[in-house]
Ligand binder design. Structure first.
Ligand code: KIV
Length: 261
């Protein structure tokens, strides 16, 4: 397994039996907030296509977009590791995967993540000395429907066997997205690397959520696993912006104290 110094505490916390906390961030203020909250890792996910760019899916996100956002997130990070997503078509061949990963590392990523288990991709990136995180279950880059994966035995077995292959290849961790909680549990057991769940139940080694979903910053429909109890901040932001508008319109803002003399 290839690790950078920044990734060591992530694995040490897991070995010590602590649940791991991962949050996405796409720019400087978000990564500052994520790190200051005590999270173990920042994920610059290609979910930025949905929550920052307003696309219906992640499939239009390019390597240039990922590099731009990784650079911004890295400016706000102090010591925790950053994992950056390899976007769709940036890892169509082992050679492409290595070149794309090197570019993301040059922007401040400590590791890269790709979806599924395409032949030879993990091996090639790892041989280039770059740590890799896997991603199994629902694979948003290519999914035609956004449903739970691995409810049927055959699909569950395929997810389990891909997880074991990726761990054996040397990935340091694995995202499990939208799988039944029992599959989240069985994949995690004896895998030898931490699993980070999103919609994968409570038995994975840790959890990840998209920053905007957690705080209800976008108005799009939320998945079942997105909690409501942290939503107040989104409402508070809307409230503050509304207050500003009301003060401007009523002439309360700017006051004499807020003006230069
Ligand atoms: O792109 C992303 O944010 C992700 C998480 C949902 C795991 O891959």
């Amino acid at each position: 397994m290839i690790l950078t110094t920044r990734l060591q505490p992530f694995l040490e916390h897991w070995r010590a039996g602590q649940k791991l906390v991962v949050l996405t961030a796409y720019n400087v203020w978000q990564s500052e907030l994520v790190e200051d909250s005590g999270a173990d890792m920042i994920l610059v996910g290609d979910s930025l296509g949905n929550v920052e760019q307003g696309r219906g899916s992640t499939s239009g996100v390019t390597l240039e977009h990922m590099m731009y956002h990784t650079r911004m997130a890295a400016r706000g990070r102090k010591i925790i590791p950053i994992v950056a997503d390899l976007p769709l078509h940036s890892y169509d061949s082992p050679g492409d995967a290595v070149e794309s990963s090197k570019l993301l590392v040059s922007c401040g990523a400590d590791a890269v993540k790709f979806e599924g288990n395409p032949k030879g991709i993990a091996k090639a990136i790892l041989e280039a000395g770059i740590p890799v995180m896997g991603h199994l279950g629902l694979l948003p880059q290519t999914a035609e429907s956004f449903q739970v994966r691995g409810k049927q035995d055959t699909e569950a077995k395929a997810i389990d066997s891909d997880a074991r292959e990726l761990a054996k290849a040397g990935c340091f961790s694995l995202i499990l997205e939208c799988v039944p909680l029992r599959l989240g549990e069985s994949v995690t057991q004896g895998l030898g690397i931490p699993t980070i769940g999103i919609g994968a139940g409570p038995h994975t080694s840790g959890q990840v959520l998209v920053f905007h979903d957690l705080l209800h910053l976008n108005s799009h429909r939320k998945a079942k696993f997105v909690p409501d109890r942290f939503a107040a901040i989104g409402e508070a932001i809307k409230g503050a912006l509304g207050d500003f508008g009301r003060e401007v319109r009523s002439g309360v803002y700017p006051s004499d104290k807020e003006s230069y003399h």
